[in-house]
Design a protein around this ligand. Structure first.
Ligand code: SAH
Length: 216
Protein backbone atom coordinates (compact mmCIF):
# COMPACT_ATOMS: atom_id res chain seq x y z
CA UNK A 1 0.00 0.00 0.00
CA UNK A 2 2.85 2.35 0.86
CA UNK A 3 4.27 1.69 -2.58
CA UNK A 4 1.00 2.66 -4.21
CA UNK A 5 0.85 5.93 -2.27
CA UNK A 6 4.38 6.80 -3.28
CA UNK A 7 3.69 5.89 -6.89
CA UNK A 8 0.59 8.10 -6.80
CA UNK A 9 2.67 11.02 -5.53
CA UNK A 10 5.25 10.45 -8.28
CA UNK A 11 2.56 10.38 -10.96
CA UNK A 12 0.84 13.56 -9.71
CA UNK A 13 3.88 15.59 -8.64
CA UNK A 14 6.56 14.60 -11.13
CA UNK A 15 4.48 13.75 -14.17
CA UNK A 16 1.03 15.36 -14.30
CA UNK A 17 2.07 18.63 -12.63
CA UNK A 18 4.94 18.92 -15.10
CA UNK A 19 2.70 18.62 -18.14
CA UNK A 20 2.26 14.89 -18.84
CA UNK A 21 -1.41 14.66 -19.78
CA UNK A 22 -1.93 11.35 -21.63
CA UNK A 23 -4.19 9.49 -19.18
CA UNK A 24 -3.22 6.06 -20.51
CA UNK A 25 0.45 6.91 -19.84
CA UNK A 26 -0.30 8.15 -16.32
CA UNK A 27 -2.36 5.03 -15.55
CA UNK A 28 0.49 2.78 -16.72
CA UNK A 29 2.88 4.54 -14.32
CA UNK A 30 0.43 3.90 -11.49
CA UNK A 31 0.16 0.24 -12.40
CA UNK A 32 3.83 -0.70 -12.96
CA UNK A 33 5.82 -0.70 -9.70
CA UNK A 34 9.27 0.81 -10.39
CA UNK A 35 10.56 -0.69 -7.11
CA UNK A 36 10.44 -4.13 -8.77
CA UNK A 37 12.98 -2.99 -11.37
CA UNK A 38 15.65 -1.27 -9.27
CA UNK A 39 18.47 -3.05 -7.41
CA UNK A 40 17.51 -3.91 -3.81
CA UNK A 41 19.81 -1.31 -2.22
CA UNK A 42 17.99 1.45 -4.14
CA UNK A 43 14.42 0.46 -3.16
CA UNK A 44 13.98 3.59 -1.10
CA UNK A 45 14.68 5.78 -4.12
CA UNK A 46 12.42 3.86 -6.49
CA UNK A 47 9.88 6.68 -6.70
CA UNK A 48 12.33 9.55 -6.90
CA UNK A 49 12.29 11.24 -10.31
CA UNK A 50 15.89 10.40 -11.16
CA UNK A 51 17.79 7.87 -13.24
CA UNK A 52 19.20 5.12 -10.98
CA UNK A 53 22.25 2.87 -11.40
CA UNK A 54 21.80 -0.67 -12.66
CA UNK A 55 24.71 -3.08 -12.92
CA UNK A 56 27.29 -2.90 -15.75
CA UNK A 57 27.35 0.92 -15.72
CA UNK A 58 23.79 1.16 -17.08
CA UNK A 59 20.87 3.13 -15.67
CA UNK A 60 17.11 2.85 -15.27
CA UNK A 61 15.78 6.00 -16.92
CA UNK A 62 14.18 8.93 -15.09
CA UNK A 63 10.36 8.55 -14.93
CA UNK A 64 9.67 12.05 -16.34
CA UNK A 65 11.92 11.36 -19.35
CA UNK A 66 10.24 7.99 -19.92
CA UNK A 67 6.86 9.73 -19.75
CA UNK A 68 7.95 12.22 -22.42
CA UNK A 69 9.06 9.32 -24.62
CA UNK A 70 5.78 7.48 -24.07
CA UNK A 71 3.75 10.59 -24.94
CA UNK A 72 5.83 11.13 -28.08
CA UNK A 73 5.13 7.53 -29.16
CA UNK A 74 1.34 8.21 -29.12
CA UNK A 75 0.39 4.61 -28.37
CA UNK A 76 -3.27 3.66 -28.73
CA UNK A 77 -3.06 -0.01 -27.72
CA UNK A 78 -2.61 -2.21 -30.79
CA UNK A 79 0.83 -1.22 -32.07
CA UNK A 80 3.74 -3.53 -32.75
CA UNK A 81 6.70 -1.84 -31.11
CA UNK A 82 10.46 -2.37 -31.11
CA UNK A 83 12.42 -1.26 -28.03
CA UNK A 84 16.21 -0.99 -28.09
CA UNK A 85 17.89 -1.18 -24.66
CA UNK A 86 15.75 -3.36 -22.37
CA UNK A 87 17.90 -2.46 -19.34
CA UNK A 88 15.89 -3.14 -16.18
CA UNK A 89 12.73 -3.82 -18.17
CA UNK A 90 10.83 -0.94 -16.52
CA UNK A 91 10.07 0.88 -19.78
CA UNK A 92 9.40 -2.51 -21.40
CA UNK A 93 6.63 -3.16 -18.84
CA UNK A 94 5.09 0.27 -19.43
CA UNK A 95 5.23 -0.34 -23.19
CA UNK A 96 3.61 -3.76 -22.77
CA UNK A 97 0.74 -2.01 -20.94
CA UNK A 98 0.32 0.59 -23.68
CA UNK A 99 1.03 -1.23 -26.98
CA UNK A 100 -0.08 -4.51 -28.53
CA UNK A 101 3.25 -6.29 -28.92
CA UNK A 102 6.72 -5.36 -27.68
CA UNK A 103 9.93 -6.67 -29.26
CA UNK A 104 12.85 -5.74 -27.03
CA UNK A 105 16.62 -6.00 -27.60
CA UNK A 106 19.43 -5.74 -25.02
CA UNK A 107 23.17 -6.22 -25.59
CA UNK A 108 24.24 -7.12 -22.02
CA UNK A 109 23.32 -10.71 -21.21
CA UNK A 110 22.89 -10.28 -17.45
CA UNK A 111 20.46 -7.37 -17.92
CA UNK A 112 18.57 -9.17 -20.71
CA UNK A 113 17.99 -12.36 -18.71
CA UNK A 114 17.19 -10.53 -15.45
CA UNK A 115 14.64 -8.33 -17.21
CA UNK A 116 13.08 -11.27 -19.02
CA UNK A 117 12.68 -13.27 -15.78
CA UNK A 118 11.16 -10.27 -14.07
CA UNK A 119 8.67 -9.52 -16.84
CA UNK A 120 7.64 -13.17 -17.18
CA UNK A 121 7.10 -13.32 -13.40
CA UNK A 122 4.88 -10.27 -13.66
CA UNK A 123 2.78 -12.14 -16.22
CA UNK A 124 3.50 -10.17 -19.40
CA UNK A 125 2.86 -12.37 -22.43
CA UNK A 126 3.08 -9.78 -25.23
CA UNK A 127 6.87 -9.27 -25.10
CA UNK A 128 9.61 -10.94 -27.20
CA UNK A 129 13.21 -10.80 -26.04
CA UNK A 130 16.50 -10.76 -27.88
CA UNK A 131 20.14 -10.53 -26.85
CA UNK A 132 22.17 -8.63 -29.43
CA UNK A 133 23.06 -5.36 -31.10
CA UNK A 134 19.85 -3.36 -31.36
CA UNK A 135 21.49 -0.66 -33.50
CA UNK A 136 20.78 -3.10 -36.34
CA UNK A 137 17.15 -3.54 -35.29
CA UNK A 138 15.35 -6.88 -35.39
CA UNK A 139 14.46 -7.73 -38.98
CA UNK A 140 12.20 -10.70 -38.15
CA UNK A 141 9.52 -8.45 -36.69
CA UNK A 142 9.72 -5.56 -39.15
CA UNK A 143 7.98 -3.37 -40.03
CA UNK A 144 7.21 -1.85 -36.63
CA UNK A 145 4.52 0.79 -35.96
CA UNK A 146 6.71 2.30 -33.27
CA UNK A 147 10.40 2.16 -32.31
CA UNK A 148 11.92 3.52 -29.11
CA UNK A 149 15.62 3.64 -28.32
CA UNK A 150 16.55 4.24 -24.69
CA UNK A 151 20.26 4.77 -25.28
CA UNK A 152 22.09 7.76 -26.78
CA UNK A 153 22.57 7.55 -30.56
CA UNK A 154 25.19 9.54 -32.51
CA UNK A 155 22.59 9.62 -35.32
CA UNK A 156 19.38 7.73 -36.08
CA UNK A 157 20.47 4.15 -36.90
CA UNK A 158 19.70 3.42 -40.58
CA UNK A 159 18.41 -0.11 -40.03
CA UNK A 160 15.89 1.18 -37.50
CA UNK A 161 14.64 3.89 -39.86
CA UNK A 162 14.19 1.17 -42.50
CA UNK A 163 12.31 -1.14 -40.12
CA UNK A 164 9.75 1.56 -39.26
CA UNK A 165 6.35 1.23 -40.99
CA UNK A 166 4.97 4.13 -43.08
CA UNK A 167 3.19 6.52 -40.71
CA UNK A 168 5.20 5.01 -37.82
CA UNK A 169 7.00 6.96 -35.11
CA UNK A 170 10.54 6.48 -33.83
CA UNK A 171 11.61 8.16 -30.57
CA UNK A 172 15.28 8.35 -29.59
CA UNK A 173 17.88 10.51 -27.81
CA UNK A 174 20.23 11.71 -30.56
CA UNK A 175 23.40 13.73 -30.12
CA UNK A 176 26.75 13.66 -28.35
CA UNK A 177 27.87 11.02 -25.85
CA UNK A 178 27.00 13.21 -22.84
CA UNK A 179 24.05 15.30 -23.99
CA UNK A 180 21.34 14.59 -26.53
CA UNK A 181 17.97 15.83 -27.74
CA UNK A 182 14.89 13.66 -27.72
CA UNK A 183 13.98 13.23 -31.39
CA UNK A 184 10.64 12.02 -32.76
CA UNK A 185 10.90 10.87 -36.37
CA UNK A 186 7.71 10.17 -38.32
CA UNK A 187 7.93 8.06 -41.48
CA UNK A 188 6.32 9.70 -44.48
CA UNK A 189 4.52 7.78 -47.28
CA UNK A 190 7.59 8.30 -49.54
CA UNK A 191 9.82 6.65 -46.92
CA UNK A 192 11.54 9.84 -45.76
CA UNK A 193 11.58 10.85 -42.08
CA UNK A 194 10.08 14.03 -40.69
CA UNK A 195 11.99 14.87 -37.50
CA UNK A 196 10.78 16.86 -34.49
CA UNK A 197 13.33 17.97 -31.91
CA UNK A 198 12.37 17.76 -28.24
CA UNK A 199 13.98 18.30 -24.85
CA UNK A 200 17.62 17.97 -23.88
CA UNK A 201 18.48 14.67 -22.19
CA UNK A 202 21.35 12.45 -21.12
CA UNK A 203 21.21 8.71 -21.74
CA UNK A 204 23.89 6.01 -21.59
CA UNK A 205 25.37 5.23 -24.99
CA UNK A 206 23.99 2.98 -27.67
CA UNK A 207 26.97 0.71 -28.27
CA UNK A 208 27.03 -1.14 -31.55
CA UNK A 209 27.67 -1.23 -35.24
CA UNK A 210 25.46 1.78 -35.97
CA UNK A 211 25.95 3.43 -32.57
CA UNK A 212 28.98 4.38 -30.48
CA UNK A 213 31.99 2.09 -30.46
CA UNK A 214 32.60 -0.14 -27.44
CA UNK A 215 35.18 1.45 -25.15
CA UNK A 216 36.16 -1.88 -23.62
N1 SAH B 1 14.71 1.95 -20.43
C1 SAH B 1 15.73 1.25 -19.71
C2 SAH B 1 17.01 2.04 -19.83
C3 SAH B 1 18.20 1.21 -19.89
S1 SAH B 1 19.71 2.09 -20.18
C4 SAH B 1 15.31 1.17 -18.25
O1 SAH B 1 14.43 1.94 -17.86
O2 SAH B 1 15.83 0.35 -17.49
C5 SAH B 1 20.04 1.68 -21.85
C6 SAH B 1 20.23 0.22 -22.15
O3 SAH B 1 20.61 0.12 -23.52
C7 SAH B 1 21.35 -0.44 -21.36
O4 SAH B 1 20.85 -1.57 -20.69
C8 SAH B 1 22.37 -0.85 -22.44
O5 SAH B 1 23.05 -2.05 -22.15
C9 SAH B 1 21.48 -0.98 -23.66
N2 SAH B 1 22.17 -0.88 -24.95
C10 SAH B 1 23.18 -0.07 -25.31
N3 SAH B 1 23.53 -0.29 -26.59
C11 SAH B 1 22.70 -1.26 -27.06
C12 SAH B 1 22.56 -1.94 -28.31
N4 SAH B 1 23.32 -1.66 -29.37
N5 SAH B 1 21.60 -2.89 -28.43
C13 SAH B 1 20.81 -3.21 -27.37
N6 SAH B 1 20.90 -2.61 -26.16
C14 SAH B 1 21.82 -1.66 -26.01
Amino acid sequence: MANEDERGRMVEGDLRDRGISDERVLRAFLKVDRALFVPAYLFEQAYVDRALQLSHGQTISQPYMIALMLEALQLKGKEKLLEIGTGSGYLTALLAELAGEVWTVERIEYLATTAEDRLLNLGYSNIRYRLGDGSLGWTEGAPYDRIVISAACPKLPMALAEQLAPGGRLVAPVGGPDLQRLITAIKQPDGSLHEQTGVECSFVRLIGQDGYKDQG
